[in-house]
Design a protein around this ligand. Structure first.
Ligand SMILES: [Fe+2]
Length: 159
């Protein structure tokens, strides 16, 4: 095998080994590839914060933030504010939030389409509940996939 072919082979093999995790063999040496170097496929599933007390940077800038009371009066409109990230996500032509969706249980209430021209990934609407529900916010980043946050909302007893 020529030096060029060997270099191409090693480059391709190393790329595959890093993507799959595990051992990288170079000559007679075996190197463990740390799991942190594994390539993450953000589009494989709906992403959620794994540990709320120890969020990663990616979780902090992508997980939707929900500002809405956990208890509401039935039929009374309350203002929902949903923003993407506790540190607001960037909105640049190369990296931006494409849309934000609001659901009550499985029913979509609103979908906001965004472009990089939108200054901030924020949505504010009045929301009325007539039964207990799970409020879900989903958003999609063009580079980091779909992210979801949710909050249970219960109705206050009638007055
Ligand atoms: Fe992103």
């Amino acid at each position: 095998m020529s030096a060029v072919h060997r270099r191409v082979f090693l480059k391709q093999f190393a790329g595959g080994a890093i993507a799959a995790g595990g051992l990288l063999l170079t000559g007679s040496t075996a190197l463990a590839v740390p799991s942190q170097q594994q390539k993450v496929d953000w589009f494989e599933t709906i992403n959620r914060v794994k540990d709320p007390k120890n969020k990663t940077h990616t979780e902090r800038v992508h997980a939707p933030q929900i500002i809405f009371p956990s208890q509401v009066k039935p039929g009374v409109a309350m203002i929902l504010s949903a923003k993407v990230g506790e540190q607001l996500h960037v909105m640049t032509p190369d990296h931006y939030i494409m849309w934000i969706e609001v659901y009550l249980d499985e029913e979509m209430v609103v979908r906001l389409e965004l472009t990089p021209r939108a200054p901030q990934p924020v949505l504010t609407i009045p929301l009325t509940l007539t039964s207990n529900a799970t409020l879900k916010i989903l958003e999609r980043c063009n580079l980091h996939g779909i992210w979801e946050s949710s909050q249970s909302i219960t109705l206050l007893a009638g007055e």
